[in-house]
Design a protein around this ligand. Sequence first.
Ligand SMILES: [Zn+2]
Length: 598
Amino acid sequence: MSDRHILTAVAWPYANGPRHIGHVSGFGVPSDVFSRYQRMAGNRVLMVSGTDEHGTPITVAADAEGVSPREIADRNNRLIVDDLQALGLSYDLFTRTTTVNHAQVSQEIFLGLLKNGYVFPQTTLGAISPSTGRTLPDRYIEGTCPICGYDGARGDQCDNCGNQLDPTDLINPVSRINGETPRFVESEHYFLDLPAFTRSLGDWLDSRRGWRPNVLNFAKNLLTDLKPRSYTRDIDWGVPIPLDGWRDRPDKRIYVWFDAVVGYLSASIEWARRSGDDDAWRQWWQAPDADAYYFMGKDNIVFHAEIWPAQLQGYNGEGDKGGSPGSLGRLALPTEVVSSEFLTMEGRKFSSSRQVVIYVRDFLARYDPDALRYFVAVAGPETQDTDFTWAEFLRRNNDELVAGWGNLVNRTVSMAAKNVGAVPTPGELTDADRALLASTSSAFGPVGDLLARNRQKAAATEAMRVVGEANKYLSDQAPWKLKEDPARRDTVLHTALQAVSDCNALLTPFLPHSAQKVHELLGGTGVWSPAPRVEEVTDLDDGSPYPVITGDYGDAQAVWASRPLPSGTPLSPPTPVFRKLDESIVADELARLEGGGK
Ligand SMILES: [Zn+2]
């Protein structure tokens, strides 16, 4: 047991609608598997995130519905909170970016950067609507991408090639509101001096070990052409700029992406404030033994391997211009940026607007959370784009979870319950018994090592290989044929139950809901793998209400080790751990997809 401090920083889902299973495959399930493993291994995990609620898409949605951006954010925040909790994602705090605390911390980072000279004002061209004279936010402007030629690119980003844009880059820009051609006038903004971090970010990336090669290469590539990036935007929805002459302006806010990544820090600080020790967050951001792992899909690498580290280095005074840390003190950079690739759906890109989608909520209405978690862990987009197909989901569920793991649990517990009514007392072990127990207990080393390095697919595969060994042992020893030799039958059942107990611990990070059930089927009581809960709280500074995800994970019984199963523990006949799915779900789901996701 090591007792390190580990920050699990999970990408912030954008609050413009419910999340689909592609989203949670990228950031949700991998971050939770990692955190659950680290807690079982005795480390002190702080897992934080929240909904990202600023930026133009939310104002566009609000205008379309005739409501305030806050109403859109409130509604989607609650939807997302419920979905992520139902999936069993064990956040210590899942909050939101519209809290007063988040605005204060975002402003503190801005001021620290300003003090050290890493943000500077510059006049650029900003768009206004000729008919109203009002500022036209970047994302309200549409045109042809100058990089890839896509004709639906927006003023802040091209959704086709993923490049970040300025509205003035667009070819033939038009207003998305009324189709008129915007007029560009001089507008003052603050810029982050990214070129001043070329050397320090390079040194930091060179010192990284164990990153997925595609992520590290992508991040290093970004450094070849760093340009100053606008830290502020012409928009009225976001964190105000904390300077005289700016803070009260309704048309200038911090750029949504630059405040969203500060969320990892502000959520840690909010968690500490709620825990009763305002400085508790420092253990994860400033202690020498602390590590920080950031989880996301690959479209967010630029913000986690370039922008946020540059903000941190600038705040710390570690770029080319030097400087000293701001009032919070020096803040730790990411240990690793753990990025997944993309999940596609039946060969197509997920798209909410084209209805190539299955939302987490709809999925969980028909299937169990562990079935999705297992698919993502064992067959998800860990290091390459991966296709979700219903046929493969059905096969993984029925062949591996139900017929493999669930059947092992069921056969073993039901035979012991029927013949003994308890965990039997073993006699002398044979070589076969010892070989199985050696195999299950020694799996904690390699599976744990894979999980610590976020090789989750290999870890899940190895754990399931051990399940296969236990199933083979049971078939070979055939305790059901040992009616005449109850002593040997009891030894076999005890050995198999011990193997089930070990396998259950190995699978707990992936399958927390069923792991709790198996714990109880083995006669255990109390919490084995804790579930997160939704809690209604109020803003610590202005009292407005919102839901958070949190939980008590510290006193769970699950540990990353083989623990002897006590003989004599009473056992009852088991109920199935997993649901076998009917083959007809494949056709049903494909019809739903064709019918627009309904
Ligand atoms: Zn493009």
